[in-house]
Design a protein around this ligand. Structure first.
Ligand SMILES: [Zn+2]
Length: 392
């Protein structure tokens, strides 16, 4: 399975349509939850939660939706309320199994979302087998997407290939809207890798250095965005979003600030996600056997400056992405023992010497070999002996 998520490029009319649909889903979900709780008050009725929710759905479609004041509900695809009831069923069953808390009512503040799907098939419930391929919507390569039951929407970033999926979830984060859907990994043709094996040094200065000589940098925008975030937080350090206990309402300026703050956090995480995703995809396309260092992050945290770099360059995130992309791109990711001296060894003669963290260039005291520290380390990772390597 492979999930794709893209930001939608909506005009005002489309954005308010999305808000409307998300609101509809919220109303249905909350109504279903209220009625389910109410149904438990009658001790005489013996029925499973699932049966009860089915009965509530029947009342909803046959009575509630036909009331005149609810005529607005009919302009939205039926899959929206169908999936609201399925979400409710899943939430209740998770709670019954002890896997989650009691379902909370949906509110606007938590972030809106709704699901639409192609109605020819059956919406896949948890634990049920996946739906057949024929019930799927084909998504053409490009910057447009047709959502089942809705119209075609524009995307900010293109989808680079033809694919298909059945279920589409639209979600809102700050004032941005996203669509996500799942593809089957095996539907994508196998990749032929140009490079058999490469070592990748995940770095502090540079995001990744590959043993074939290529480098991936973290865009300078993250640095700028981080500075902007710090400034924003400092200037607004005394703003509080009200206090419920003391019944102090949040000021308009505080509300505005928290919207800006969440937008800025989102921006930074988007840039990071975007960069690491692009880098790991590019690497998985080019290299078959990818070797990275098995980093001991807790050891690195002791070094104060490195700690920021580790979280910044998201070592773990990169490793996670490389590992899950194995199935998709047919790659083999290997971890090199964390005690293997990849940065202390000369990649030409094998001589081991002490290197200071500040040394950006490796200079071998035995053979005189001189090379960029990260490049030297990446070559050593590539050539690491098999007994110091394990598969990820
Ligand atoms: Zn040497």
């Amino acid at each position: 399975m492979y999930a794709i998520k893209r930001e939608l490029k909506l005009n005002n009319k489309e954005a308010s349509q999305m808000l409307g649909i998300a609101g509809f889903k919220r109303v249905v979900y909350n109504l279903g939850l209220d009625l389910l709780i109410a149904s438990w008050q009658f001790p005489g009725v013996k029925a499973s939660d699932s049966k009860r929710i089915d009965a509530i759905k029947k009342v909803f479609t046959q009575v509630t939706m036909h009331k005149r004041e609810n005529s607005w509900m009919k302009k939205y695809p039926s899959t929206v309320y169908q999936s609201a009831f399925i979400d409710l069923k899943n939430a209740i069953s998770r709670w019954r199994k002890g896997l989650g808390g009691f379902p909370k009512k949906k509110s606007k503040n938590i972030g809106d979302s709704f699901t639409v799907y192609k109605t020819a098939g059956v919406y896949p419930e948890k634990g049920k087998p996946p739906v057949p391929f024929t019930n799927r919507v084909t998504i053409e390569s490009g910057k447009r997407i047709k959502l089942p039951g809705l119209k075609t929407f524009r995307l900010k970033e293109q989808i680079g290939f033809i694919c298909s999926s059945q279920t589409f979830t639209v979600s809102r984060s700050a004032d941005k809207w996203f669509v996500s859907f799942v593809l089957d990994a095996e539907k994508i043709p196998p990749t032929i890798h140009a490079i058999e094996r490469a070592g990748v040094d995940l770095g502090v200065k540079c995001l990744a250095t590959v043993s074939n000589g290529s480098k991936y940098d973290m865009p300078i925008t993250t640095l700028k965005a981080n500075t902007a975030l710090g400034k924003l937080q400092w200037h607004n350090r005394n703003k509080v979003l009200g206090n419920k206990k003391l019944q102090v309402p949040a000021s308009n300026k505080a509300k505005k600030y928290y919207v800006r703050l969440s937008r800025q956090h989102l921006r930074i995480s988007n840039i990071r996600q975007d960069t690491t995703q692009k880098m790991t995809t590019d690497l998985s396309r080019k290299v078959y056997n990818i070797r990275i260092e098995d980093l001991n992050v807790s050891g690195l945290i002791a070094n104060h400056k490195l700690a920021a770099a580790v979280s910044n360059n998201c070592f773990y995130e990169i490793r996670r992405q490389l590992v899950y992309k194995q199935a998709h791109y047919g790659t083999k990711v290997e971890l090199v023992d964390r005690w293997y001296p990849s940065s202390k060894t000369c990649s030409r003669c094998g001589h081991i010497q002490d290197v200071k963290l500040s040394d950006r260039v490796f200079h071998c005291s035995k053979c005189g070999h001189c090379q960029d520290r990260d490049e030297n380390a990446s070559i050593n990772l590539k050539n690491a002996p098999t007994d110091r390597v394990r598969s990820a």
